[in-house]
Design a protein. Structure first.
Ligand SMILES: Nc1ccn([C@@H]2O[C@H](COP(=O)(O)OP(=O)(O)OP(=O)(O)O)[C@@H](O)[C@H]2O)c(=O)n1
Ligand SMILES: C[C@](O)(CO)[C@H](O)COP(=O)(O)O
Length: 239
């Protein structure tokens, strides 16, 4: 069935915060992983294009460490990359990068997606579904069910958990702007591993939506090979 709903951008101003302020220590590459080429262009360009191609057509805000902003400008020029976006300063942690971007958005009636620069395989369909769900529920966090069995370790022993109740969380994570703005006023703690954990701590319930096993995060060197294989799959086989 074709989606006959009008794009969410007819009803809400939409933003996408793409966080690219990390150093990629686990990648062990001199060049942070968001700038490494994937099928001929930097990872970050694939990610920004996915949002540009969504029906939600968000205004894109890119969080980049100041020391890499000149490199990014050079890469955009080299690759003729002209998708409009605003660059703001990345922070010391992912939380601080998101906070800088959230603080730059003054429209508290908007919808804001937060997405890792290093998840370049996100589909337009998932992006649009996440904005729609956040419009309805206030929050939308993409996740997939664990495909492996799960055990909880405890004092040298371990017990089996029901994997049907275990979700692996991805991005995009989309929120009504007022919810995200309030959540990011909280002081930072190490427990804030994603935006859902920050919003939940502020007292707001999280709605999960179906993500995709293809929406991998590029974290380790082998992830580049896996991402290229996924990109080269026929589009009709992407799940
Ligand atoms: N200070 C930071 C740290 C991370 N990120 C972003 O958050 C996303 C997810 O983080 P992760 O994969 O952990 O990236 P890095 O922090 O770069 O990697 P590592 O943890 O291996 O150092 C990435 O797009 C990364 O650029 C960010 O914007 N600002
Ligand atoms: C935000 C995230 O990508 C959701 O899976 C993840 O929590 C980032 O964690 P990392 O420790 O920075 O890889």
């Amino acid at each position: 069935m074709p989606n006959l709903q009008s794009p969410i951008s007819n009803l809400f101003k939409t933003y996408a915060i793409i966080v690219a302020g990390g150093s990629g220590s686990r990648m062990q590459s001199a060049l942070p992983k968001q700038f490494i080429e994937l099928c001929g262009e930097p990872v970050l360009m694939h990610t920004i294009r996915a949002f540009k191609e969504s029906l939600s057509s968000p205004q894109i805000i890119l969080a980049l460490h100041t020391s890499y902003q000149e490199l990014w400008a050079q890469l955009c020029s080299k690759h003729n990359f002209t998708i409009p976006h605003t660059v703001i300063a990345g922070g010391e942690t992912r939380f601080h990068s998101v906070k800088n971007a959230v603080d730059s958005i003054k429209d508290l009636d908007a919808l804001i997606a937060v997405h890792d620069a290093v998840r370049p395989l996100v589909s337009a369909a998932i992006i649009d579904e996440a904005y729609q769900c956040a419009a309805d529920d206030g929050t939308a966090v993409t996740a997939v069910k664990s495909r492996d069995s799960i055990r909880q370790a405890n004092n040298g022993a371990s017990t089996s958990l029901n994997r049907d109740g275990i979700y692996l969380v991805q991005t995009p994570q989309v929120f009504k702007a007022a919810i995200l703005n309030k959540a990011y006023k909280q002081p930072y703690t190490d427990n804030f591993t994603d935006d859902a954990s920050v919003v939940e701590q502020s007292g707001v319930a999280i709605t999960l939506i179906e993500g995709s096993y293809d929406n991998i995060k590029i974290t380790f060197p082998e992830d580049i090979t896996i991402a290229e294989a996924l990109i080269n799959k026929k589009p009709s086989t992407l799940s």
